[in-house]
Design a protein around this ligand. Structure first.
Ligand code: ADP
Length: 444
């Protein structure tokens, strides 16, 4: 009984659906045939015909209702999707493999100043770039036509994430391109999600400018105080006074280091850190840096070991910048170590990969597991080190990561609390993997 009720309810609901047209036609035809039967057939056969008629109609109606229901569901889903797309605060452009625009939402209309009505159904062609009205849209569909492009994702990884800077008017966009395929993997089209980051970037720039100006203002008086302490230390013979001056001198040195780190961060975020690459012997480069650590190694009483491969490894680096990155890692491995602890530096060529891997392993306090994710963020300081080493800016690893990335490498770590940490990074030996343009640094 319940099923019959549902059947009639659905018939009432979808009765007028186009899918049921054929059903009503068949219904009419068989009905006429039945009426003709009534006049010509004996009573027994009339009953047989009626039963046959009802069964055929039941089967046909059930299958047509199924089709109508499933079509209705598909329609609802597609409307839902369309309304989500329409109301997204990111721009969406959908197009087929021939670059015919199929979808263009409201946010895309606002970003490009082009209406969906005029662009949907059009084949976007690189030549559209000559038309000022379609210029920016064409540059986003074909990023090679844009003035500045930074590919963020790995090649051939989907979605492909690309940062695009457009001019007149200036726009900073992050685009993510995805492929649409059918069940068999055949390409149906593409859709591009566009996030307008112009305002966000300009806020970041003004924040960065503020930090940069403040740091510059502080650097001059700090340098003067630093110089004054240096001179006074040379002149003072009184032991007690000398101690006080030395601690004052150390405090100024730390303040100067933080100010310099802040300046580096603001330059990194503006993409103006400035790299000068040259070929260098990696072994020699590392040994020169380690020599500078002798005093601090003695102060913290740790032992440093270096393992280099037999072959000479030539890398293409900015020695000044990479030395900041590498020194940060060594400095941390010493500072966050235990008394008589070890720091091991291992340099190895990766098998079947165009990279050299450099690992810095310590036997120190390690990093709490739940804090590992944020370690490369600006101002991050581990909850387990604040007491051990109260002086630290939390900027070193942020700067280090950016420098390594700018060298075409990657940095990561492994750590066990109270056992130690290994920070490792790669450097390419295939120099074409080094980014040709400096990318403005961002929070990881
Ligand atoms: P800083 O050393 O000035 O605090 P960094 O950016 O170099 O800044 O390091 C950020 C934080 O990461 C440190 O404060 C510390 O908590 C953690 N850290 C970095 N290196 C190590 C290490 N080798 N062992 C343990 N903790 C580390």
């Amino acid at each position: 009984m319940g099923r019959l009720k549902i059947f009639f309810r659905e018939l009432a609901l979808y009765g007028k659906a186009p899918e049921l047209k054929l059903f009503w036609l068949t219904f009419g035809l068989i009905g006429i045939l039945l009426m003709v039967d009534v006049f010509f057939l004996p009573i027994f056969l009339i009953w047989v015909s009626i039963i046959l008629f009802l069964s055929v109609m039941a089967i046909i109606s059930v299958s047509y209702l199924k089709i109508a229901r499933s079509n209705q569901e598909t329609k609802i889903k597609s409307r839902e999707l369309q309304s989500v797309i329409e109301n997204l605060d990111a721009g969406i452009i959908g197009y087929d493999p021939n670059f015919r625009i199929i979808n263009f939402n409201k946010t895309a209309e606002n970003i490009f100043g082009v209406s969906a009505q005029e662009i949907i159904g059009q084949y976007v062609d690189p030549n559209f770039v000559k038309n000022p009205h379609f210029r920016q849209l064409t540059q986003v569909v074909f990023p090679s036509l844009a003035p500045v492009v930074n590919v963020i994702s790995e090649p051939s990884v989907w979605p492909q994430v690309v940062d695009i800077t457009l001019e007149e008017p200036t726009r900073e966009l992050r685009t993510a391109l995805s492929r649409l395929t059918d069940d068999k993997g055949n390409l149906l089209g593409f859709f591009k999600i566009i996030r307008d980051r112009t305002r966000e970037k300009s806020l970041l720039r003004s924040k960065s400018e503020f930090i940069s100006i403040a740091a510059h203002q502080m650097r001059t008086p700090l340098s003067a105080i630093n110089w004054a302490f240096e001179s006074l230390i040379k002149l003072t013979e009184d032991k007690e006074r000398l101690e006080t001056m030395k601690s004052g001198y150390e405090a100024v040195q730390r303040a100067l280091k933080t100010v310099n780190d802040l300046l580096d961060v603001s330059k990194i975020e503006e993409g103006k850190y400035g790299y000068n690459f040259e070929n260098a012997d990696l072994g020699e480069f590392i040994q020169t840096i380690l020599a500078q650590f002798k005093p601090i190694v003695q102060q913290y009483q740790v032992n440093i070991y270096l393992t280099l491969p037999k072959e000479k490894l030539t890398v293409r680096i900015d020695p000044q910048k990479l030395s900041i990155a590498f020194s940060n890692l060594i400095d941390n491995a010493i500072k966050y170590n235990v008394k008589n602890g070890k720091v091991e530096i291992l340099v190895e060529k990766l098998e079947n990969q165009p990279f050299i891997k450099i690992s810095v392993t310590d036997t120190g306090v390690g990093i709490p597991a739940n804090e590992m994710e944020g370690i490369f963020k600006k101002f991050y300081r581990g909850s387990n080190v604040i007491q051990l080493e109260p002086n630290g800016s939390g900027l070193g690893l942020y700067i280090t990561k950016n420098i390594i990335q700018q060298h075409g490498g990657k940095i990561d770590l492994e750590s066990v609390p109270d056992r130690g940490s290994t920070f490792y990074f790669t450097l390419p030996i295939d120099f074409s993997l080094i980014p040709t343009k400096e990318v403005a640094g961002e929070e990881p």
